[in-house]
Design a binder for this molecule. Structure first.
Ligand code: 5GP
Ligand code: ZN
Length: 138
């Protein structure tokens, strides 16, 4: 499915230009237009899925398989020291384009990027209960 007003659907099918690293019939991998670091790229399915809650598991699995190859290619070519894999779902989580995409963000010593957040203390009883409920729903 292609969504008419979706910028990444247009990009997936070449209607909007992108610096593409790789493409096949199901996926496109291209550089982010506003990169966090050198080599920051995105992997998208060509089919429209808004987010993790919509994407079908087989497509997601194949996409992540592709991500392992792209990550190795980025590391080999750019010599990064590490990499963050990020995937935002919903505005509250920082998603701005509502077509599923995986960020690959190469990391370099001294790049100044900070993804850290404050940690809280876990309530073990509550977690055990929630784990049980989730288990019944997957
Ligand atoms: P999100 O915030 O939804 O997780 O990430 C969206 C990403 O898409 C952002 O990092 C943004 O820079 C990138 N982006 C938005 N529009 C375009 C575009 O037209 N071309 C490319 N290559 N990247 C885009
Ligand atoms: Zn789309």
């Amino acid at each position: 499915m292609v969504k008419d007003d979706c910028i990444f659907c247009k990009l997936a099918h070449g209607e909007i230009p992108s610096t593409t690293i790789y493409e096949d019939e199901s996926f496109r991998v291209y550089f982010d237009i506003a990169p966090a670091t050198k080599g920051h790229c995105l992997i998208i399915p060509k089919e429209h899925y808004a987010d993790i809650f919509e994407i079908d598991p087989k497509t997601a699995g194949k996409l992540f398989e592709l991500a392992t190859a792209v990550a190795k290619g980025l590391k080999k070519v750019l010599g990064c020291d590490g990499m963050n894999i990020m995937q935002n779902n919903g505005s509250i989580a920082g998603q701005t384009v509502f077509h599923f995409h995986l960020h690959l963000i190469p990391r370099y010593e001294g790049d100044g990027i900070d993804f850290h957040y404050a940690h809280s203390e876990a309530n073990m009883e509550e977690l055990a209960q929630i784990a049980k409920e989730i288990r019944a729903n997957i």
